[in-house]
Design a protein around this ligand. Structure first.
Ligand code: AMP
Ligand code: ZN
Length: 110
C-alpha cells in the first residue's frame, strides 16, 4: 500500500531501526518510545488491524505470536514484556497497518 508508512518500512523506502526480519514479518524500534524498550512487530503483508484479519491470515498470525518472545528477549526482556495491539479509532490506533507493540524495561501494573 503506497501511502502506508509501515509498508514503506517493509519496502525499505522509509528508514527504521530494524531488529528482526524474516519472510513474513519485521520488527523495528518505535520512533517515539513509551518505555525503555519499545518495539513494533508487523506483518510484511498490509493488514489494517485485527478487525481486518481473514481466515487465510491464521498461519501468519500464529507465526507472529510465536516470534514475539524471541524478539523481546533479543532486546533484553528475558523476564517478560507487555504486548499491545490497538484496533480502530476506539482502540486509539494511529497507524493502520497491524502491529504488535512490545514494551518492557519499566512496566507498571495495568
Ligand atoms: P498505534 O497507536 O498502535 O497505531 O501506534 C503507532 C505507533 O507507531 C506509535 O507508537 C508511534 O510512535 C509509532 N510510529 C509512528 N511512525 C513511526 C515510524 N516511522 N517508525 C517507527 N515507529 C513509528
Ligand atoms: Zn501497510
Amino acid at each position: 500500500m503506497t501511502d502506508c508508512i509501515f509498508c514503506k518500512i517493509v519496502e525499505g523506502t522509509l528508514a527504521a531501526d530494524i531488529i528482526y526480519e524474516d519472510d513474513f514479518c519485521i520488527a523495528f524500534k518505535d520512533l517515539y518510545p513509551k518505555a525503555p524498550v519499545h518495539v513494533l512487530v508487523i506483518p510484511k503483508k498490509h493488514i489494517e488491524n485485527l478487525a481486518a484479519l481473514r481466515a487465510e491470515d491464521q498461519p501468519l498470525m500464529g507465526h507472529m505470536l510465536l516470534k514475539l518472545t524471541g524478539i523481546a528477549e533479543s532486546q533484553g526482556l528475558e523476564d517478560g514484556f507487555r504486548t499491545i495491539t490497538n484496533t480502530g479509532p476506539g482502540g486509539g490506533q494511529e497507524v493502520y497497518h497491524l502491529h504488535f507493540h512490545i514494551l518492557g524495561g519499566n512496566i507498571k501494573p495495568a
